[in-house]
Design a binder for this molecule. Structure first.
Ligand code: URA
Ligand code: CA
Length: 433
């Protein structure tokens, strides 16, 4: 097989076979095929697209390029949730203990990564003593015992995707739905999930800004998952404004605790119940979505979700007393209010810019080397549609430095107030199965 023939075939709009796709991914991983030929192929894919078979083949070829996590020693159907990224997205922290409380095994491998706030592991590390450096056997044991454990990323998962993503980044071929969908799904499948619930964000703060693009990506991922034998569904949810109120690491842990008690922000609670119901249903722990939702609502009411969170934290060395006493979480030195300058209705809270403001305070990493300040961040006091009076707080700023002028300016520039009533944005746009 010659790579040049495959580039030509794709360039002219023909379908590549399973063997041809395996040849490309294997050759790219072992460096027998150079970057320039793969970049020509990805550009051809960008213009010609990929058939459903090609997408499934590409995904599985990337899965097989590295290690695959074996979760077979964990009892039950392992359902993973993946979110396409957003601002102040506390859903993972809530969903883990919530679905575990009704018997769904949550075997989470998680990372740190770059962004407005830290990853799930950074957030959890704001609980003193909590750690994810555990042995594989211990991880499996904990999931069987408590239905939930989190382990740090280890092993060599989907090296082909890492190389390909980096190449696409510098060749203007990231924005290709088949390539994005295969990239995301290969990582989920290599991590061992039997079933997958996808939260595809849409709006200003999301990777996909329009509903049409988000729907196309969601459908592509759902088809790949189902075609390779993983039960997969997607929810398309709003990310025009940040989800919930808190954006910051310890602040989001506090928000997750409130939500597990049933006292969290309405949008975060609703999204968690929706995604959670699908997880419970796919794990066959309920016969219908309604029954699944009832079970989750009960777990919030009767304290079992919160109890599961406590057991999870202490099993991995964490000080579970933070759950009853959140003051024990890292606290910022200064607290400032961002006061509204006029009366009206909040009409816009630009999610990604608000996220960047949180990052300026130190809540997230700009580079891999940056240190995270777990205590700092933002708590929204108003969301889109809320009425606000001049002088009332729009946002509370939690900072470890005294001069927050830059953050204040950024927030004022990205929170709009209108004199007319503004509707609350639709939270859940569509469910795709
Ligand atoms: N996120 C991924 O993991 N892969 C892509 O290709 C795009 C976004
Ligand atoms: Ca939040």
């Amino acid at each position: 097989m010659r790579m040049v023939d495959l580039i030509e075939k794709k360039r002219d709009g023909h379908e590549l076979s399973t063997e041809e796709i395996q040849f490309v991914i294997k050759g790219y991983t072992d460096e027998s095929i150079p970057d320039y030929q793969v970049s020509a192929l990805t550009m051809a894919i960008f213009f010609q697209g990929m058939t459903e078979n090609e997408r499934a083949d590409l995904t599985m070829a990337m899965v097989k390029s590295g290690d695959q996590i074996d979760l077979s020693k964990i009892e039950g159907i392992k359902v993973d949730k993946h979110s396409t990224g957003g601002v102040g997205d506390t859903t993972t922290l809530v969903l883990g203990p919530l679905v575990a409380a009704v018997g769904v095994p949550v075997a989470k491998m998680s990372g740190r990564g770059l962004g407005h706030t830290g990853g799930t592991i950074d957030k959890l590390e704001s609980v003193e003593g909590f750690h994810v450096e555990i042995e594989n056997d211990e991880f499996i044991k904990l999931v069987n015992q408590n239905k939930i454990a989190v382990i740090g990323q280890s092993g060599n998962l989907t090296p082909a995707d890492k190389k390909l993503y980096a190449l696409r980044d510098v060749t203007a071929t990231v924005d290709s739905i088949p390539l994005i969908a295969s990239s995301i799904m290969s990582k989920k499948i290599a991590a061992g999930a039997d079933a997958i619930v996808l939260d595809v964000k849409t709006g200003a703060g999301a990777f996909m800004k329009t509903l049409d693009d988000s729907r196309e990506l969601a459908k592509a991922m759902v088809r790949i998952g189902n075609n390779v034998g993983r039960n997969t569904m997607a929810v398309i949810s709003d990310m025009t404004q940040p989800l919930g109120f808190a954006i910051g690491n310890a602040l989001e842990v506090k928000e997750a605790i409130d939500t597990l008690k049933g006292e969290g922000p309405a949008d975060l609670t609703e999204l968690c119940l929706t995604l959670g119901s699908h997880m419970v249903f796919l794990a066959k722990k309920a016969d219908s979505l309604n029954e699944a939702r009832e079970k989750l609502e009960n777990a919030m009411k009767d304290g079992s979700a919160l109890e599961t969170f406590k057991v999870f934290l202490s099993s991995q060395g964490g000080d579970a007393s933070v759950v009853d006493d959140p003051q024990r979480l890292p606290q910022a030195k200064y607290k400032f209010e961002l006061e509204a300058k006029v009366d009206g209705y909040v009409s816009e809270i630009v999610a990604d810019e608000i996220g960047t403001a949180a990052m300026l305070l130190g809540a997230g990493r700009a580079t891999k080397e940056s240190e995270i300040d777990l205590a700092v961040g933002l708590v929204l006091r108003k969301k889109i549609g809320d009425k606000v009076n001049k002088g009332e707080s729009l946002v509370t700023i939690y900072s470890n430095f005294e001069n927050v002028d830059e953050v204040r300016n950024m927030l004022y520039e990205n929170i709009a107030i209108s004199n007319e009533k503004v509707p609350v944005p639709v939270l859940i746009h569509e469910e795709i199965t």
